[in-house]
Write a protein that binds this ligand. Structure first.
Ligand SMILES: [Zn+2]
Length: 149
């Protein structure tokens, strides 16, 4: 596991505990398991809702309240290791922060989400902000698409 990019390598459980500790969070079973699930989704480039995470925790025999899942996701988001998106459905989905710029294509037909990176877009967005005297803190570019005919 390297630096601020926890999504790339699942690694041993100790790595997750180290990450939590480095963020000033106490090690709890919920946090460790949620981090592990988020890493698994990151490897598959999937975005996951709190409800789906909760169901997956329950499926693996663990009994966490949905409210706890929401609370931990909120903590992870506040520490910038998790990003929240609200694609078409209006339902929040989450992903581990990857430490690089990436954008989303959302199919309006089936809700499928594809990720892409484009350095030209990233440079343009930075230039637009800079022209107005700003630097980018966060960015979120989502393109809603339909199969081309
Ligand atoms: Zn994404």
């Amino acid at each position: 596991m390297t630096g601020a990019s926890p999504g790339c390598d699942l690694g041993p459980p100790e790595a997750r505990e180290r990450l939590l500790r480095s963020l000033g969070l106490k090690i709890t079973k919920t946090r460790v398991r949620m981090l592990e699930l988020l890493q698994l989704h990151a490897i598959r480039e999937q975005h996951v809702s709190a409800e789906d995470l909760h169901r997956q925790l329950c499926d693996s025999g663990e009994n966490f309240a949905l409210a706890t899942v929401y609370r931990v996701l909120g903590q992870f988001e506040a520490l910038h290791i998790v990003e929240r998106h609200q694609f078409d459905s209006g339902r929040s989905v989450f992903e581990l922060a990857k430490g690089n710029d990436h954008y989303h294509l959302v199919s309006v037909d089936d809700g499928k989400v594809l990720e892409f990176s484009d350095p030209v877009i990233s440079e343009r967005l930075a230039a637009i902000a800079a022209n107005q005297g700003f630097s980018i803190l966060e960015q979120d570019l989502t393109i809603y698409v339909r199969p081309a005919r």
